[in-house]
Design a protein around this ligand. Sequence first.
Ligand code: R5P
Length: 302
Amino acid sequence: MICYSLTGEGLVGDGAFAAGLSKALGASPGELEIHRFPDGETRVRLCTDCAGQSVIFVHDGRDANASALPLYFAAHAARAQGARRVGLVAPYLPYMRQDRSFHAGEAVSARAFAGFLSGCVDWIATVDPHLHRIHSLDEIFAIPALCISAMPAIADWIAAHVTAPVIVGPDAESRQWVDAVAGALAAPGMVLVKNRAGDRQVSVSVPDAQLLRGRSPVILDDIASSGHTLAETAKALRSQGSLPVTCVVVHGLLADGAEAALHAAGVERLVSTNTLAHASNGIDVIPLVARGIQALLEGAGN
Ligand code: R5P
């Protein structure tokens, strides 16, 4: 098995997740070269021959626009070399939040991107994709699509670092993660009510402040992008007299200004998993991802 990191000239990512995954799977790390010509076109080269091998590409979803075509070229090159099976590990699966046409004429990017990836590779694995109006990846992928949950690792982190937690979800779609983690910890959980008026305009209200009494709130969400969902949730909790707030997210996209917004909201600490490299990474999901992929490949006879 060969594991290539989709990183190179013009793309973000340091290949750390791919290197860790390759080691955990006992795969050989493959060398991949991406060159960007002065005119903006891209050349992709698989320097490690993958003939007869099961191939995995690891893609940094923070860079989806720039890396989609290089991924297509890389998968094409792997097949041309005679790869047995080509898979994609996208620890963060981008575009899942655009899961319907919110305004006339808008592309449903989640479906379109899944269709594109289905044409690139034979299987995909990802961690806690944003499943909201789309309930399962099978609805949008034409290839086997594995969802790996980071919640066991998140529950372990909270158990080790937070005394008497209450798990708080900022909005309706976070209920799935709140239920999983609160259940694993036998801790109370609550889901707040969020309204979004724009990319950085979010308001959050707390329906039942009683659960906060004497407990340390841990806001749990799948994604922090602008950081405003977490920031407004933290403000709403603090305005109800809560103890200091910890934020835990699976995918720390953390766009410019996000950390400043969290700091201004009085968030005491922010922890993310390592699906996207960031200074806040404190929870390693590579063992969970490796186990999921091993089961997927064994099931498929690879
Ligand atoms: C959307 O519902 C997601 O679960 C997150 O709550 C959202 O993407 C966070 O975005 P931001 O950090 O920009 O508020």
